[in-house]
Design a binder for this molecule. Structure first.
Ligand code: UDP
Ligand code: MG
Length: 162
């Protein structure tokens, strides 16, 4: 991969699938010109979630987070583009939906506060996960995907970023 073209890992969480907004969420990424390099529906296992959320495994909210992430299938994906990790985080918005700016995925499709979720012992249902930095992205891609599941192809608008 050349220059600042990089890939990131995303997962549309069970709330996005249950609410039937997978298409709308993916549209946000596609229309920014990002390339979908891999996409699949997966029922997350405890093992995968413990690896994926290894930084959170020992935290108080982990059990409720794992329970939420197993409520139904997720849509796991690899998205590629210029500075893709930071760009996707920007499109996704802040972790807490209450704080997430309008125009971001979390700000437009959810509104829950961390406090409200905590009081109920629930995870914050915030639609989508996106890797926080390039190292995390490569690690998460390797947890969820085999390299042969990740595709290379040209988008018709590639000449805009060449
Ligand atoms: N989370 C939660 N309660 C908390 C902190 C986090 O339910 O107090 C959930 C929330 O779904 C969040 C995920 O755990 O998206 C991972 O947390 P992180 O701080 O890594 O946020 P993210 O990287 O997803 O923005
Ligand atoms: Mg995180």
């Amino acid at each position: 991969m050349e220059g600042k073209i990089e890939r990131t890992f995303i997962a549309l969480k069970p709330d996005a699938v249950q609410r039937g907004i997978v298409g709308e969420v993916m549209d946000r990424l596609e229309r920014a010109g990002l390339r979908i390099a891999a996409l699949k529906m997966v029922q997350a296992s405890d093992e995968v979630l413990e690896e994926h959320y290894s930084e959170h495994v020992d935290k108080d909210f982990y059990d409720s987070l794992a329970e939420f992430m197993k409520e139904g299938p997720v849509i796991a994906g690899v998205v590629e583009g210029v500075e893709a990790v930071a760009v996707v985080r920007k499109i996704v918005g802040a972790t807490e939906p209450y704080e997430a700016a309008p125009g971001t995925i979390r700000g437009d499709f959810s509104h829950m506060s961390m406090e409200h979720a905590d009081e109920r012992g629930k995870a914050v249902k915030n639609i989508i996960h996106a890797a926080g930095n390039p190292e995390e992205a490569e690690e998460e891609i390797s947890i969820w995907f085999d390299e042969e599941e990740i595709h290379q192809y040209e988008r018709v608008d590639d000449f805009h970023i060449a």
